[in-house]
Ligand binder design. Structure first.
Ligand code: IPE
Ligand code: IPE
Ligand code: MG
Length: 260
């Protein structure tokens, strides 16, 4: 796999928002917007492959989205199942490794089985690491990591004094990837909505009014260009960053599965 390219994020995280409004503006049911949003996912995957972005994490369905009207949740479940049935072979052919993060137990058996099968089928691919956050919440993720730490302490495998950021971070989702470099939210709202709370600590944030179904390569390129022009300081001074000998901080950056 290629080494990091200057100005290109290695890991892009996206909140795909605005499907409902896209449909409402056309006086169509919200489910039509979700179907149009599924097409935009492919645009985004192609952009990442063409640009050399190595990891893409997409927020598809939040822990809180279960509270939406039953017919909308039902339509989304149907869409997930269809997408899992139709898209996985093509993703595999394009060298995409797919995995799902979130509370999988809340999905029905058919969807869970397809998720497992998609992960197994694409496990050896390395061109793009695609993580789909479904039934995912940042708070769930951190609580899950805390539960895992507590279980290890209770079983005598871990001492309380050994609990630190690295130990907790290693138990959160995506721990084997570098944290996202760039975060994009479409749909005009400027909030995190319980996405990757732990992993976004030093991510560059970028927001656009564009509704997710209208997402295209031009808009994605604007986000990447903006990212490339930013100075990431990680708590250091601008002068330290300009002098690489003083170094980028290495602590807190998990080892990652991208440089192989
Ligand atoms: C994002 O679009 C998709 C999901 C949350 C599943 P929305 O459905 O939130 O669209 P808006 O924000 O209502 O327009
Ligand atoms: C965030 O969008 C979740 C996804 C895009 C999957 P929401 O539409 O659920 O977020 P809020 O409700 O506007 O914060
Ligand atoms: Mg929304």
């Amino acid at each position: 796999m290629s080494s990091p390219q200057p100005g290109i994020p290695r890991h892009l995280a996206v909140i795909m928002d605005g499907n409902g409004r896209w449909a409402e503006r056309r006086r169509r049911p919200r489910a039509v917007g979700h179907r149009a949003g599924a097409r935009a996912v492919n645009v985004c995957i192609d952009f990442c492959i063409d640009t050399g972005i190595e990891a893409l994490t997409l927020f598809a369905f939040s822990s809180e989205n279960w509270g939406r009207p039953e017919d909308e949740v039902g339509a989304l479940m149907k869409l997930f199942l269809n997408a899992l049935e139709r898209e996985v072979d093509e993703l595999d052919r394009r060298g995409v490794r797919v995995r799902f993060i979130g509370e999988r137990g809340r999905f029905n058996e058919a969807i869970r089985a397809r998720m497992d099968a998609a992960e197994t089928q694409t496990a050896a691919n390395t061109r793009l690491h695609l993580s789909v956050a479904a039934s995912y919440g940042g708070r769930w993720d951190i609580a899950n990591a805390a539960r895992s730490l507590a279980a290890d302490v209770a079983a005598g495998r871990l001492r309380v004094e050994d609990i630190d950021e690295a130990a907790l971070g290693a138990r959160t989702a995506l721990a084997d990837l570098p944290p996202p470099d760039l975060f994009i939210r479409t749909g005009g709202d400027t909030r995190i909505s319980n996405f990757l709370l732990w992993q976004l600590a030093y991510t560059e944030l970028w927001f656009t009014e564009t509704l997710w179904p209208d997402m295209d390569a031009v808009t994605l390129q604007r986000a990447v260009d903006d990212y490339a022009a930013r100075e990431r300081r990680f708590g250091l001074t601008g002068a330290q960053i300009a002098q690489p000998s003083n170094g980028m901080p290495t602590t807190g950056t998990p080892s990652n599965g991208l440089t192989e």
